[in-house]
Ligand binder design. Structure first.
Ligand code: SF4
Ligand code: SF4
Length: 238
């Protein structure tokens, strides 16, 4: 299906956001533009629609990478705000849109818009992340979310020769392991405490933990508590 057939261009009657001051919308767009990646992700737009044709999300949602690129190129502050509250969460971050002949990276622009939405605690960001708190918790507190019932040699070619042995018994693993996510952590790939601490420090220093705090203070507090002991053992004070 083409963009023309599926979408209805959402213009500045921008339903539901009239109560947000224009200056606030402008401030958020400034944050997007000031990101050092922005100038490398946008060079104008031919409106050719190639990105839309390549985009899997455009097939299933009222979503278009072309609208993202155009709104940014035109500096349409109202539409960009609406996109930050709605459209950007439909993107699957596959970057098929990189085949843009103009050299744009609509998926990359969306990455920046998502980060700004999260850093500013936008309602859309909180809602979009709600379903992921369990995954975030699991990865950040154990270093992995992959358990034996998920291993497939084809999908994890860089995980060493044992992957083939484990995946040979996938059926058994899947019957034996409870589907409830947290129950599988003890049977997953055992990540050393030292590695876990290194990962935590990366998330700490890159601001990933601050982003989590912005959208889910409860989860942030739990992660801090979980990591406290590991950090102490390694003699690290933050
Ligand atoms: S990165 Fe997003 S916008 Fe680009 S093709 Fe993938 S889903 Fe579409
Ligand atoms: S492929 Fe590039 S130039 Fe063409 S519509 Fe998409 S962003 Fe614009």
């Amino acid at each position: 299906m083409t963009e023309t057939a599926t979408s209805h261009y959402k213009r500045p009657d921008v339903a539901g956001y009239a109560e947000v001051p224009y200056a606030e919308k402008e401030r958020l767009f400034s944050e997007v533009k000031e990101d050092m990646r922005f100038s490398d992700y946008l060079y104008g737009c031919y409106e050719c629609g190639i990105c839309v044709a390549a985009c899997p999300s455009a097939r299933f949602y009222d979503f278009s990478p072309r609208r993202i690129a155009q709104a940014a190129a035109r500096e349409d502050v109202e539409l960009i705000y609406q996109q930050m509250q709605e459209d950007i969460w439909e993107c699957s971050q596959c970057f098929s849109c990189l085949r843009c002949p103009r050299g744009n990276n609509p998926g990359g622009i969306i990455t920046i818009m998502r980060e700004v939405a999260i850093n500013n605690g936008l309602a859309s960001a909180k809602q979009a992340m709600e379903g992921y708190s369990r995954i975030i918790y699991k990865i950040m507190s154990t270093g992995t979310q992959v358990s034996p019932d998920m291993l497939q040699a084809d999908a994890f070619p860089d995980w060493g020769p044992e992957t083939a042995d484990v995946s040979a018994n996938l059926d058994l693993w899947r019957r034996a392991l409870p589907s409830e996510t947290m129950h599988t952590t003890n049977t997953g790939w055992d990540v050393a405490d030292k590695t876990l601490v290194e990962l935590y420090l990366i998330w700490f220093h890159t601001g990933a933990l601050d982003m989590i705090e912005e959208i889910d203070q409860g989860l942030h507090a739990i992660l801090q508590e979980v990591m406290e002991e590991c950090l102490e053992d390694e003699g690290i004070e933050l």
